[in-house]
Design a protein around this ligand. Structure first.
Ligand SMILES: Cc1cc2nc3c(=O)[nH]c(=O)nc-3n(C[C@H](O)[C@H](O)[C@H](O)COP(=O)(O)OP(=O)(O)OC[C@H]3O[C@@H](n4cnc5c(N)ncnc54)[C@H](O)[C@@H]3O)c2cc1C
Length: 326
């Protein structure tokens, strides 16, 4: 058996950053193992043109298995992955994480009686086998997970793997007919969309402006939305404010929310609790505004501004608008 099979989720004619990261990681690992990284895409035929599928070659996939079936649901993907692995003998299945990745990965491991590890933040090659690294004890320790035999299922933490273009070669696209189990077709997609506060998908946004309890009240988010709008970013939040009903759960970052890695994470009125930190610490640049110079968030910020966010955020918004000429 050889090869790594990665599931790539697409929506509206594009693959999400999380999936592209998983393909890039699969390609890196396949090259170290001396094997190939293949991707699997599933959806309505019209939504999966050749160019879109072949474009995964730029992220290192040599072959893309295109399966026609219902999009965005876990069980049909489990059927498709199991079929392709059964035919191709892939040794590992890799997912980028997120709720759908968790569900498919879990279903696939049950189907194939395979070993599974989720919330993986790094994978390395050891003696010709993959070892998944999974943070434990609130990210204070990292455990190594080895796959004893058979297929190994690796489910990343959301956005843990960086999307990297490694060339301009197209992947070979191969159509695969999959017979879906009757139970796999019993759920149907009714609607797909984003909740308020997520006009831009926050997991894919390059700029996030995040607010915490320091905003004082729900209306405090209006100033953050204005700043995010001026910068072309999206708004995120801590659990404290989500629990208080100030902002939508879809925007929560952290241990029990989403994991993000934007180019800029601007935290306003956020103390920097460990449960929040684990969801945003991979951001390229972290800027924090907090009136308390001893707030823990300053310990892992690239730039810290000590002051009242009510004064700083509106001025920042004006400055960004002025700089952009609007
Ligand atoms: C099991 C578990 C899971 C959890 N999961 C998550 C999670 O996923 N995500 C998450 O975020 N939290 C999570 N938490 C909660 C976490 O422990 C913190 O309570 C939470 O992150 C704190 O949110 P906060 O920073 O908004 O509020 P606070 O900790 O209250 O911080 C508010 C900050 O605002 C500053 N401030 C106040 N007024 C101003 C002002 N005018 N200008 C500037 N700064 C000001 C204060 O100095 C303070 O530092 C979890 C907790 C547990 C126990």
């Amino acid at each position: 058996m050889s090869g790594i099979l990665v599931y790539a989720l697409h929506h509206d004619g594009a693959f999400n950053k999380n999936s592209l990261g998983a393909v890039s990681e699969g390609a890196r690992l396949a090259s170290e193992l001396g094997t190939e990284c293949h991707a699997l895409v599933l959806g309505e035929a019209a939504g999966l043109p050749d160019e879109l599928c072949a474009s995964l070659g730029r992220f290192g996939a040599t072959k893309v298995f295109r399966v026609e079936g219902p999009e965005g649901l876990a069980q049909p993907v489990v059927d498709a992955m199991a079929t392709v692995i059964g035919d191709g003998g892939h040794e590992y299945a890799l997912f980028g994480g997120g709720l759908l990745g968790f569900e498919i990965g879990a279903g696939l491991s049950a189907r194939l009686d395979a070993g599974v590890c989720m919330e993986v933040t790094n994978v390395r090659v050891d003696d010709g086998r993959l070892v998944a690294e999974r943070p434990i004890l609130q990210d204070s320790q990292v455990s190594d997970v080895h796959y004893a035999s058979g297929v190994g299922v690796i489910i990343g933490r959301l956005n843990a793997f960086e999307a990297r273009e490694s060339g301009d070669a197209d992947a070979v696209v191969e159509d695969v007919a999959v017979e879906f189990a009757p139970h796999s077709l019993r759920a149907t997609m009714v609607t797909r969309g984003e909740q308020r506060g997520a006009d831009v998908n926050i997991e894919d946004a390059d700029i996030l402006v995040a607010g915490g309890r320091g905003l004082g009240k729900a209306e405090g988010f209006e100033a953050l939305e204005a700043l995010a709008g001026a910068m072309g970013g999206a708004v995120a939040a801590t659990r404290a404010v989500v629990d208080a009903g100030w902002y939508s759960y879809s925007a929560q970052i952290g241990q029990t929310g989403k994991t993000v890695a934007p180019k800029l994470y601007l935290a306003a009125g956020i103390s920097g609790a460990i449960q929040h930190k684990v969801g945003m610490q991979s951001s390229e640049n972290i800027v924090a505004i907090n009136k308390d110079a001893n707030a823990p968030i300053f310990e892992f910020s690239d730039l810290g501004i000590v002051g009242d966010l009510n004064k700083i955020v509106p001025k920042l918004t004006e400055a960004v608008k002025a700089k952009k000429g609007g």
